[in-house]
Design a protein around this ligand. Structure first.
Ligand SMILES: [Zn+2]
Ligand SMILES: [Zn+2]
Length: 409
């Protein structure tokens, strides 16, 4: 029995007049009777099928537009990377044991962010080999753990995209996990962390910190008012959860937190690297130095700023204030203290991980309720779930409609 005959059998089970479908679907039954009533039913049936298929196609189209796949490293390279990190895309899926020209630069990246110790120093300059050796594989595994990635030990797509994404210049190492972090580590590697020694601002509570902007290291395309507004919003997010307040001052020299936009080597041993790459850095308590890379295209309103490489100022400010307060990087991707941030992305809401981390240092603001944040996080997770099941629900509805129509024929 051929496929056509099988189709006919199927339709015989659900239609009143199987010969009609046999004629359409199976040319092996040309002798089957075809009446005018049958033809009318047939046309009606396929009209419904066509209409429903079209609706389903529209659903699929809207879904695919709403959730486009992540760009490949090469796509990212043209839009979101600085020149140095752009070159790393050639190491995608490089196997262990391979010897690839320039791999030493990728190892320097791992060294810079706290994952690889140098074996060789030439005139105090750290150098690495171009071999994907066992030590480098261990560094990749550690990096994947700290960045909340699947721990494959390979330079897979997710890992390469994360490596090449713009990020904070602070190292991911030299951290001092909290007791809560260590407890969580038994079950998962995802948690907040502190700088080594767990430094914090130690003045008596309630702590009031002043902040000021460098009069010399500014941007010429944003007004002082715009920059100050972005920072005021960022400071307010932290002040809402801990008993620490912040106030602006014009006295840059005596301020607790000193903020400025700097280019390249600016004298603190952590030179900036041009467009994207490292976006900024801030020192641990009670240093207060807070530097942003003046080469970035900083945005205070992404709907107005059209640059493909624009970086949201308030998002980075909120992250760096976390460092000023004593938080190191988190491996929770949604957390403010996660080290990387894609261009044209606004990410300013503190997550439970951030709040738990900073409250373990300073205690809770009496006006803040952690339960409300839990609800907020659950709500955002629920929104994602709803989006993912939206298509399934509608598809089932369409299938039910189709069955009802067929049964009524
Ligand atoms: Zn950082
Ligand atoms: Zn600096």
């Amino acid at each position: 029995m051929g496929q056509g005959a099988l189709l006919c059998s199927t339709f015989q089970a659900i239609t009143i007049h199987p010969p009609i479908l046999i004629c359409f679907l199976c040319s092996k039954h040309p002798s089957s009777a075809v009446t005018t009533t049958h033809q009318t039913q047939m046309v009606r049936f396929f009209s419904y099928v066509t209409a429903i298929s079209f609706l389903f196609f529209l659903q699929l189209l809207s879904y695919s537009l709403a959730a486009r796949p992540a760009p490949t490293p090469s796509e990212m390279a043209t839009e979101t990377l600085n020149a140095t990190w752009h070159n790393f895309s050639k190491f995608l899926d490089a196997p262990r044991g391979s010897q690839l020209l320039g791999m030493s630069d990728l190892k320097l990246y791992f060294h810079r962010f706290g994952y690889l110790l140098p074996k060789r120093k030439i005139n105090t300059t750290v150098t690495f080999s171009d071999e994907f050796d066992e030590e480098f594989e261990s560094a990749v595994v550690e990096y994947q753990k700290r960045l909340g990635l699947e721990t494959t030990g390979k330079l897979d797509k997710d890992t390469m995209e994360t490596i090449m994404a713009p990020r904070c210049g602070m190292s991911d190492a030299a951290v001092h996990p909290s007791p809560a972090g260590l407890t969580k580590q038994l079950h998962t590697t995802q948690h907040f962390s502190y700088f080594y020694g767990k430094p914090r601002w130690t003045r008596p509570s309630p702590i009031n910190l002043s902040y000021a902007f460098s009069p010399d290291h500014t941007l010429d395309y944003l007004t002082s008012k715009q920059v100050k507004a972005a920072f005021a919003a960022a400071f307010a997010r932290w002040a809402a959860v801990i008993p620490v307040s912040f106030h602006p001052t014009e006295d840059y020299r005596s301020a607790d937190v000193t903020i400025g936009f700097f280019k390249g080597d600016h004298g603190d041993g952590e030179p900036f690297d041009g467009v994207l790459g490292v976006l900024g850095h801030a020192f641990s308590p009670e240093n207060g130095r807070f530097h942003l890379d003046a080469s970035e295209r900083w945005a205070v309103d992404l709907s107005e700023e059209k640059s493909k490489v624009a970086v949201d100022l308030e998002s980075v400010a909120t992250h760096e204030i976390g460092h000023v307060l004593g938080l190191a990087h988190s491996s929770v991707k949604e957390a403010i203290m996660y080290p990387s941030l894609k261009p044209r992305t606004k990410k300013v809401d503190l997550r439970i991980d951030d709040v738990e981390g900073v409250q373990a240092l300073y205690g809770s603001n009496p006006n803040f309720k952690l339960s409300s944040l839990y609800e907020s996080d659950m709500y955002s997770n629920g929104t994602r779930t709803t989006t993912l099941t939206y298509l399934n629900r509608h598809f089932l509805l369409l299938l039910m409609m189709l069955l009802l129509i067929v049964i009524r024929q």
